[in-house]
Design a protein around this ligand. Structure first.
Ligand code: ASP
Length: 359
């Protein structure tokens, strides 16, 4: 390269690095879970379905934000759509516990006041994110679990759903595989579930513990909200709860600082305190969303369990001005963003969207 070309290239590089990132008037970022999602094991049809669902999720939240609606309403409506969508491990389509049940966890946080609400281990609430919001707004508490949470939801007239509503053959097959691999008994199919089909071809990747959904939104008033919803991990036992309903682990929102929703091996995300740690880095160290997210996901990847296994997963983040970042240490994460006036952007594989954020 000639010297003057080199100087020009260097100039372009520094100019790009130091140019202030434009802040959108509103924005939304969505995930649909992280994990071993690779081109080789995702059929073109299924990939197209995931991309369409992510685009639809963006347009539901984006329409609310574009009409001047609140970040909280955008998060809620987008999560409801993804909970009702059978492809994702949240609400309908959730993974099964070892007992053959769908035990659902969700949380939501309002960045204005840092009010928050969560439910864990619920089995009969059609949309756990609505229950989480009701806990935040209609109860003096932040987190309700199990039967108590169901009883509270009934006082709020939230729609109930029978086990058959949440059932999908794909998740059931994933449970069977998990139980057999681990030498555990396969439980009976849930009441009301359809009979096992004769021929079943699973075109899905073996993403048995992934598919959690999360949304972070930034509205025209500059308010941030975040929400996360999941069925947890396949074959979970003993009332296991992951990071998704834990404020500061799976979800966090604080106006002027950040919004985060996480997905991955919850046991590690809880121990690292992922969502709050990202926000704390941004708030106290002045790190950008990408830098903070990368550092905390690296920490998750370096944190081992007793068996010497590291955590994996990813996060979606908005900074205090609504600019997004993604980070993951998995081969893929269903993720998407939309800024006011921009085109919807959807990504699946880790190498599709190299980090380019706001350091
Ligand atoms: N984080 C969720 C949990 O541990 C699972 C996931 O995101 O895939 O329950």
């Amino acid at each position: 390269m000639r010297a003057d070309a080199l100087v020009l290239a260097l100039f372009a590089l520094t100019a790009c690095a130091s140019a202030p990132e434009p802040a959108p008037r509103w924005s939304i970022v969505v995930h649909g879970g992280a994990g071993v999602i690779e081109r080789a094991n995702l059929s073109p049809e299924l990939e197209a379905e995931y991309r369409a669902a992510m685009r639809q999720a963006l347009s539901i939240g984006g329409d609310i934000l574009d009409g001047g609606g609140s970040a909280l309403d955008a998060v809620e409506a987008t999560v409801v759509y993804l909970e009702d969508h059978p492809l994702f491990n949240a609400g309908r389509g959730a993974v099964f516990s070892a007992e053959g049940r769908n035990e659902l966890d969700a949380s939501i946080m309002d960045g204005r006041s840092r009010a928050a609400g969560a439910v864990a281990g619920v089995t009969q609430i059609r949309n756990p994110i609505l229950a989480a919001r009701a806990v935040m707004e209609q109860s003096p508490h932040v987190m309700l679990v199990g039967e108590g949470a169901e009883a509270f939801a009934r006082t709020q007239d939230l729609q109930e759903a029978p086990p058959a509503w949440f059932f999908t053959e794909r998740r059931w097959r994933q449970l069977e595989g998990y139980m057999l691999r681990n030498g555990l008994p396969v439980p009976p199919r849930p009441p009301g579930a359809p009979l096992a089909p004769q021929a079943y071809r699973d075109a899905a990747p073996d993403d048995h513990q992934f598919g959690t959904v999360g949304v972070v939104a930034y509205d025209v008033r500059g308010d941030i909200a975040a929400g996360t919803s999941t069925g947890g991990t396949t074959g979970k036992r003993w009332g296991r709860v992951g990071d998704a309903p834990i404020i500061g682990a799976g979800t966090y929102a604080q106006n002027g600082v950040c919004g985060v929703s996480a997905t991955g091996t919850g046991e590690f995300f809880i121990r690292v305190g992922v969502a709050r740690d990202i926000c704390a880095r941004m708030q106290l160290r002045g790190e950008g969303a990408q830098q903070a997210a990368d550092a905390v996901i690296a920490d998750v990847g370096a944190t081992l369990n007793a068996a010497g296994v590291a955590g994996d997963g990813g996060v979606i983040v908005l900074d205090g001005r609504g600019r997004h970042a993604f980070a993951m240490n998995t081969p893929g994460m269903y993720r998407a963003y939309l800024d006011e006036g921009g085109a919807p952007q959807v990504f699946i594989f880790a190498d599709e969207d190299p980090p380019h954020g706001h350091h």
